[in-house]
Structures are given as structure tokens and as C-alpha cells.
Design a protein around this ligand. Structure first.
Ligand SMILES: CC(C)(COP(=O)(O)OP(=O)(O)OC[C@H]1O[C@@H](n2cnc3c(N)ncnc32)[C@H](O)[C@@H]1OP(=O)(O)O)[C@@H](O)C(=O)NCCC(=O)NCCS
Length: 132
């Protein structure tokens, strides 16, 4: 996708994945658990940059909605937008889109909110300060 679509204004691209055969469920659609794993991985990488530490954990996967199926060969784009900068936590909105037709009109296949928490060496929540 060359230009950022209007509906993704304020969002950053976290990563892209191509839907392959092992990613499908028994109905031939992208398996929801696989998509959640992709989201968690690429958003965590973005959160590490923003929070200035790799020592973070996923605290919460907020309501995840699967709006439309991901299909074999789709290039799945995972976008995020920080929505709440807490003391030890960072909440991110996530939108997942696929570009099947008009580049400026990608289809949204999922949305969710994910919360990451920075930890200290003892594994306890620890205040974070801005990285990138
Ligand atoms: C992360 C963990 C150490 C936090 O412990 P905790 O007792 O919830 O700690 P706190 O109550 O101090 O909360 C820490 C932060 O999470 C936020 N938080 C806690 N519960 C939350 C919830 N249900 N929804 C959103 N944010 C929440 C708090 O507001 C706080 O953020 P803030 O400091 O920015 O205000 C603990 O829950 C844990 O280890 N969970 C397992 C993590 C994990 O294994 N994830 C999967 C693999 S990465």
C-alpha cells in the first residue's frame, strides 16, 4: 500500500504478513489465533521502541473483532496507534487491513486494543520512559 488510507490516519504500520496455507483454519480462512499471534508480535516490537525497553509483557488483549475473513495470499497489514500512555503500561489500538482492490480503500478485517506493561528485573511493573 503506497499511500496511507484516510481511515488509518494517526496509525503507524507495525508489520505485514502474507496469509499462507498453514495460517488457515478448516474453513479456509485465516485462523483467528494466528492473527492474534501476529498482532501481539508486531505490536510488542512497536511497544518496545515506544517504551524504551524490551522487558515488556502483554497485559491485556481487549475486545478483538474479526470484521472480515483473511484469505489465502492476502497481504495483511497490522497498524497501531498509542491511545493511553500510563505509568507502567501502554495501550494501543490496532487495525488490521488487507489490500485487495483500490489501494486507498483497504478492507479492515480486524480491530482490537492491546495493553503492554514494562517490567523490572524482578518481573514487577516498572515505570517506562519514552524511547523512539
Ligand atoms: C504484568 C503483571 C506483572 C502486572 O501485574 P499487576 O498486578 O496487574 O500490576 P499493576 O496492578 O501494578 O498494573 C500494572 C499496569 O497494568 C495496568 N492494568 C492492570 N490491569 C489492567 C487491565 N485489566 N486492563 C488494562 N490495564 C491494566 C495498570 O493500570 C498498570 O498500568 P499503569 O501503571 O500505567 O497505570 C502481571 O499481571 C503479569 O505478570 N501478567 C502476565 C503477563 C504475561 O505473561 N503475558 C503474556 C506473555 S507476554
Amino acid at each position: 500500500m503506497t499511500n496511507k488510507p484516510e481511515k488509518l490516519k494517526g496509525y503507524q504500520l507495525a508489520g505485514r504478513k502474507i496469509v499462507m496455507y498453514p495460517d488457515l483454519n478448516f474453513t479456509g480462512r485465516l485462523f483467528g489465533g494466528q492473527l492474534m499471534s501476529w498482532i501481539d508480535e508486531v505490536l510488542a516490537a512497536a511497544a518496545m521502541n515506544l517504551m524504551g525497553t524490551k522487558n515488556i509483557v502483554t497485559k491485556k488483549f481487549g475486545e478483538i473483532v474479526f470484521d472480515a475473513p483473511g484469505l489465502l495470499g492476502d497481504v495483511v497489514e497490522i497498524w497501531y496507534r498509542p491511545v493511553k500512555e500510563g505509568v507502567t503500561s501502554l495501550s494501543m489500538d490496532c487495525r488490521v487491513v488487507v489490500g485487495r482492490g483500490e489501494p486507498s480503500m483497504p478492507e479492515q478485517i480486524s480491530s482490537s486494543t492491546v495493553v503492554y506493561v514494562a517490567l523490572d528485573d524482578e518481573g514487577l511493573p516498572s515505570p517506562w520512559s519514552k524511547g523512539d
